[in-house]
Design a binder for this molecule. Structure first.
Ligand code: HEM
Ligand code: CU
Length: 552
């Protein structure tokens, strides 16, 4: 009985999850529109019909915030709430109510921050670090988003501990465990941004203090910012490890390996933020080196994941009669959008990961730093790997939550989305990478550089980006259509929330993987080790209260 009832997300939890997912897809549409405007503005002069000149930075701020922060956070928390309810059982009323308070705080915060951005009073990009300064309502809004997101993590923590208590000695459900780790990661990293906003940016913008320590705000931002990218990535990994195997009809290759890779991501997400600050004076070269070294440890869980995924696919393909070195490959369910989109995402992660190695390398970083190569990189990683996996998840999750089904016609549209995204992003991202190597800066509208010779060289690549970006926007329109159908119009019925089982014969999961006191101590030790000296240096050499940032 108990087991059978857990096959679905409980209806009340489904409402909470869906509320988050609605906001995510509204953000996708509006943020995608901003992306389209950017690539168009960049390729030449462009004005909104009605004659209002679009400010490049304002649109870029809208785009970065809506897609990088709002879409991701809402989707991830909605997905995780659903995954926990599906695998550990319905939330209690208390847990769910905490989640709802979190959701509304996030909505309120989003509304406050977006209003200020739209009024052009917060054109500070999604990284919002000083010396760019926004209206205090913007910072307060962001704070509410962060606090709200914590309240959506709380029910996940509570449910995990409740399950452990009710099932002593047993291994927790894999998806619940993964949601727990990712929530832990999120709370730990967003503390950095909370400190920066509450003690520096907010008082500064309220006029309570006259100056901030720019380097400190940047360091706190990147302590958060690198873990942020793992917070985006891990839910995609949840789908890869625990859901996609079921969709292809296979099993989870190894439960322990999946959990261990999540733990490694947790450990190596924090002591590495300075790899975003390699060109910044005021941080000692030694600590840059230490953090670069720690960054590369991420290669271990990444290769573990790639190995595990392809083991699952090959085992399944052979089970279906695939012969020879690659015969199994043909047997995979290519016509299933729930598989194809995450799979394209995995493929994009190969060049994405390779580019990441370039970015994080102390020397090679000099070549691409602050060029649009970086933008090309994260459109492969977050805007393809992660987003396509989220689309694949949405195709079953939304109908599962709304009591409808993914029809063959909608599935087919989903396939088109995958193909369009692959084509559009290849064009856009490749031209960003190439022109980045030629030195074109990121975050710049070089169509306004006037007669600068270099800018003229970059324009053809900007036009290619506009072509790719337009294709991507078409894909976003189709996704929006699919989401509306799945939420409101598709035939009523039961759509499965697929959760894979562990392959028979896999080793029993070691209990140490659930000992969060132990891992917590290691995480804290790594953070203290990597950041104590750099922060002391920053405070000593550019004391709080000075503007600090003297680019000597
Ligand atoms: C229609 C699809 C998209 C187009 C055409 C597009 C285009 C662009 C362009 C032109 C830039 C600015 C480059 C620069 O000046 O530095 C940019 C930045 C960015 N994009 Fe996208 N993008 C799209 C989808 C996405 C998605 C789905 C995400 C995230 C999930 C995303 C996240 C970002 C972020 C975080 C930035 C950085 C903003 C900044 O540097 O402040 N984009 N995008
Ligand atoms: Cu990073």
């Amino acid at each position: 009985m108990q087991q059978a009832s857990i096959k679905n997300v409980a209806p009340k939890d489904a409402k909470l999850a869906m509320a988050n997912i609605y906001v995510a897809f509204i953000a996708l549409l509006l943020g995608g529109l901003a992306g389209l405007l950017q690539v168009l503005v960049r390729s030449g002069e462009f004005t909104i019909p009605g004659g209002i000149k679009i400010g490049y930075y304002q649109v870029l701020t809208v785009h970065g915030i809506l897609l990088g922060l709002i879409l991701t956070t809402f989707f991830i928390l909605g997905f995780q709430i659903a995954a926990v309810s599906r695998t550990a059982g319905p939330l209690t009323d208390k847990q769910r109510n905490i989640g709802w308070i979190g959701f509304w705080l996030m909505v309120l915060g989003t509304a406050m921050a977006s209003t200020m951005v739209l009024l052009n009073k917060a054109t500070v990009l999604y990284t919002f670090y000083a010396p760019l300064k926004a209206h205090w309502i913007f910072y307060l809004g962001l704070t509410l988003v962060v606090v709200g997101s914590w309240l959506l993590c709380v029910p996940q923590f509570m449910k995990y501990f409740q399950w452990k208590k009710e099932n002593p000695g047993q291994t927790s459900p894999l998806l619940t465990y993964m949601a727990f780790v990712n929530s832990l990661l999120w709370v730990t990293c967003s503390l950095g941004v909370a400190v920066s906003v509450l003690f520096q940016l907010l008082p500064w913008s309220l006029g309570l203090i006259t100056r901030v320590d720019v380097l400190l705000t940047r360091t706190l931002f990147w302590y958060f910012g690198h873990a942020l990218v793992y917070f985006w990535l891990l839910p995609a990994y949840m789908a890869w490890y625990a859901i996609v195997p079921k969709i292809v009809g296979g099993k989870i290759f190894s439960d322990s390996l999946a959990r261990f890779s999540f733990i490694l991501f947790l450990l190596f997400s924090f002591p590495v933020g300075i790899h975003h600050q390699l060109t910044e004076p005021g941080i000692d070269g030694f600590w840059k080196f230490v953090q670069v070294t720690l960054t590369f440890f991420v290669i271990i869980p990444s290769l573990m994941t790639a190995f595990s995924m392809f083991a699952t696919f090959e085992l399944r393909g052979r089970e279906l009669g695939g012969k020879g070195v690659l015969g199994w490959f043909k047997k995979l369910p290519w016509g299933d959008a729930r598989f194809l989109l995450p799979f394209i995402g995995m493929l994009a992660f190969i060049p994405g990961g390779a580019g990441g190695i370039v970015n994080a390398s102390y020397q090679m970083n000099q070549l691409i730093h602050n060029t649009i190569w970086v933008t090309g990189h994260f459109h492969l990683t977050v805007a393809t790997t992660v987003i396509l996996t989220f689309f694949g998840v949405a195709f079953f999750l939304i109908p599962h939550l709304t009591g409808r089904v993914l029809t063959p016609a909608l599935n087919k549209l989903g396939i088109y989305v995958g193909i369009l995204w692959a084509i559009g992003m290849s064009i856009m991202s490749l031209s960003m990478h190439v022109v980045g190597l030629m030195g074109a800066p990121r975050r710049s509208d070089y169509s306004t550089y006037g007669g600068a010779e270099q800018a003229a060289e970059w324009i053809p690549y900007a036009i290619a980006q506009a072509v790719g970006g337009t294709i991507l926007f078409v894909a976003i329109i189709i996704v929006t259509y699919i989401v509306i159908q799945l939420a409101f119009f598709a035939p009523k019925g039961h759509e499965e929330f697929p959760v894979a089982e562990v392959a028979p014969g896999a080793e029993k999961t070691p209990a140490i993987l659930e000992n969060f006191k132990f891992w917590g101590v290691i995480v804290a030790a790594l953070i203290i080790f990597a950041y104590t000296m750099p922060i002391i240096d920053i405070l000593r050499n550019s004391p709080l209260g000075s503007t600090g940032f003297t680019p000597w």
